[in-house]
Design a binder for this molecule. Structure first.
Ligand SMILES: *[C@@H]1O[C@H](CO)[C@@H](O)[C@H](O)[C@H]1NC(C)=O
Ligand SMILES: *[C@@H]1O[C@H](CO)[C@@H](O)[C@H](O)[C@H]1NC(C)=O
Ligand SMILES: *[C@@H]1O[C@H](CO)[C@@H](O)[C@H](O)[C@H]1NC(C)=O
Ligand SMILES: *[C@@H]1O[C@H](CO)[C@@H](O)[C@H](O)[C@H]1NC(C)=O
Ligand SMILES: *[C@@H]1O[C@H](CO)[C@@H](O)[C@H](O)[C@H]1NC(C)=O
Ligand SMILES: *[C@@H]1O[C@H](CO)[C@@H](O)[C@H](O)[C@H]1NC(C)=O
Length: 554
């Protein structure tokens, strides 16, 4: 007999069997940025594309005129479409960026992803779109260079309904955020206890779902209460930045950042350090512009040593060079390797802390060619392979500042798939959605997509109650009552924990329960003998034994 079948649940064993109602083609999470000798097969058998059907040949396209129509397809509003194709260069260039775009009949062009095509080998282009209206759409390939021979093979466009998409998320959440645990209850003489009531209570979530905070938390009791009752992870918006801690050259002042650290520690809130440097020229301490290269180098070294040693061992990670793909202030001033050297210095000063890249538009804007997943990966590989950086603990930071339009979560998932191939933790670090009529709904879509992706290990949203001044996402009003978007956040916090579960052992003294990662307390009570026992345990991704043994002592 299977244990799960014998387990009698008072409340929640049904959960083990739910979620199978929707038939869904499994989503293909695989991706590669390697350039292969031969293209792989078309995903989902090509899906809606006629391109591959009955053929096993390559289409040769001359992207002379910069765009080429692959096929017109009929899309249905609300459905999600994954696109993939294998692409190489025949002649004309060594490497070129190729985009897929969807040209709707109303003239709206939507970018669906890109790849860097190379000569002599095949690259995967993975992306897609969420259809905003029903109708014919032309799938276009576009290259940013003139007169390049492009070869295309194994093209695929696979539709998913929103229900099917959601079922991938549920399936993935069950797999990557939860664990099936067995409980075994015995008497002191090792005999199994039939009908013991097991009450399980989650005291701490194992997933880092947090919220940014700012200095206003120091002066508002309400803000502190609001924060501490919801979140166990944070990063400070500006208070650790160089322009905040050293307004005047040589006058370092950590009063505010230290006070916020103290509040976080007192409330068991982990802090992601943001940021040692920022590569944007406009985001420097004002006095920096007057420095020559030698003085700048000195100031940079002092800043790094100061802030990294101050918070060494106290942070869940450090953004070292914020927005390193979009900007290059320090490279311009100090040489092409400036950022790599700074990552190296931070690593050697505090080797145990994870060091992040932190960028915008990688998941939120498929149009921005500067910070695509493949470019992000290439940059991070350069950091990791720079002399002296061997052993550096790295992670991928994706800001996630979304616009007011419908987010392209198919593109977002494909970008996470591509970055996921690095095997490093991915964090969404500054998630917000611009104000608009669907702000709450879009935030929910984005958070569900992020939370369910196997490579994502943490999410920090950027929002707060009115008093915080976070004006993109106001999560609560001046009375700390949740706004509509705040309700979404609170709902997901509830949904992503196990709360309280009551189950009962079978004749073999067993019961099985699926629980979110986290810390738990368990109380066991046997109504016939009136025996009871209590214990605590931790559910983690990599826990070795998934059986909790409870023994009654007479
Ligand atoms: C094309 O044919 C070759 C050899 O018959 C096979 O190995 C390959 O998988 C096929 N490619 C596609 C895209 O079907
Ligand atoms: C998109 O389609 C319209 C016709 O609906 C056409 O005029 C336009 O040139 C197309 N855009 C591209 C980039 O092909
Ligand atoms: C073990 O202990 C329980 C409770 O004291 C008792 O009911 C049961 O008969 C014992 N079993 C054996 C095999 O001794
Ligand atoms: C440091 O900053 C705090 C907060 O802004 C301020 O109150 C304090 O006077 C500053 N200390 C010095 C030495 O300037
Ligand atoms: C940057 O680093 C690379 C790799 O170590 C090295 O080959 C190159 O000479 C460096 N450039 C400068 C300007 O130091
Ligand atoms: C793992 O095994 C040990 C020893 O058998 C047991 O005490 C513990 O409760 C088990 N379960 C967990 C979740 O640690």
């Amino acid at each position: 007999m299977k244990i799960a079948e014998a387990c009698v649940s008072l409340l929640s064993c049904i959960l083990l069997f739910s979620g199978h109602g929707v038939f869904a083609l499994s989503y293909d999470y695989s991706a590669t940025t390697e350039c292969l000798a031969a293209p792989e097969r078309a995903r989902y058998g090509g899906g809606m594309m006629e391109f591959n059907q009955g053929t096993n040949g390559t289409k040769f396209i001359l992207l002379q005129d910069k765009t080429h129509s692959l096929q017109a397809v009929k899309l249905e509003e609300g459905n999600l479409y994954t696109f993939s194709a294998w692409i190489r260069i025949g002649k004309g260039s060594e490497s070129v960026t190729v985009d897929v775009m969807f040209n709707a009949s109303d003239g709206k062009l939507i970018h669906g992803g890109e790849t860097i095509a190379k000569k002599g080998c095949w690259s995967l282009l993975k992306g897609g779109i969420v259809a905003e209206s029903s109708g014919l759409v032309e799938i276009l390939l576009m290259s940013r260079a003139k007169g390049v021979d492009i070869w295309v093979d194994s093209v695929s466009l696979q539709p998913f309904t929103p229900k099917q998409w959601r079922s991938h998320q549920e399936k993935s959440i069950n797999k990557v955020r939860k664990k099936k645990l067995s409980f075994a209850v015995t008497y002191a003489n090792k005999t199994a206890v039939d009908g013991a009531l097991i009450s399980i209570h989650q005291t701490e979530s194992g997933f880092q779902f947090g919220c940014g905070m700012n200095h206003n938390i120091l002066t508002s009791e309400g803000y502190r209460k609001w924060f501490a009752s919801r979140f166990k992870a944070t990063s400070f918006t500006n208070e650790m930045k160089w322009y905040s801690t050293e307004k005047v050259q040589g006058d370092e002042n950590y009063t505010v950042a230290d006070a916020m650290m103290k509040f976080a520690k007192r409330n068991g809130i982990s802090v992601r350090g943001h940021t040692i440097f920022w590569d944007n020229q406009r985001m420097q301490p004002k006095w920096i512009n007057d420095l020559g290269p030698t003085e700048l180098k000195k100031a940079v070294t002092r800043r790094l040593n100061s802030v990294v040693s101050r918070y060494a061992g106290q942070l869940t990670g450090w953004d070292v060079m914020n927005e390193n793909l979009h900007f290059h202030f320090f490279e311009d001033k100090l040489g092409e390797n400036a950022s790599y050297v700074l990552y190296s210095m931070a690593y050697h000063l505090d080797p145990s802390t994870t060091l992040f890249m932190n960028e915008y538009n990688t998941i939120e804007d498929s149009k921005d060619p500067t910070s695509t997943a493949s470019k992000y990966k290439t940059k991070l590989e350069k950091i990791l392979s720079f002399p002296g950086n061997k052993g550096l603990k790295a992670a991928i930071g994706l800001q996630g500042h979304f616009g007011a339009e419908k987010p392209n979560i198919v593109f977002m998932r494909s970008a996470l798939d591509i970055l996921g191939t690095m095997g490093l933790p991915i964090w969404l670090t500054e998630v917000d959605v611009r104000k608009g009529p669907n702000q709450a709904e879009y935030l929910e879509d984005i958070l569900r997509e992020a939370y369910s992706h196997p490579a994502v290990k943490g999410i920090i949203i950027f929002g707060g109650p009115k008093v915080s001044g976070f004006d993109v996402m106001t999560l609560a009003d001046s009375e700390f009552k949740a706004t509509r978007i705040g309700e979404v956040v609170d709902k997901l916090i509830e949904e992503w924990k196990s709360g309280r579960k009551d189950v009962r052992t079978n004749g073999r003294g067993w019961c099985e329960v699926s629980l979110f990662h986290g810390d738990y307390e368990v109380n066991v009570y046997h109504p016939f003998t009136k025996l009871s026992a209590a214990s605590s345990f931790k559910v983690t991704e990599d826990m070795e034994n998934s059986t909790v043994f409870v023994q009654f002592h007479v």
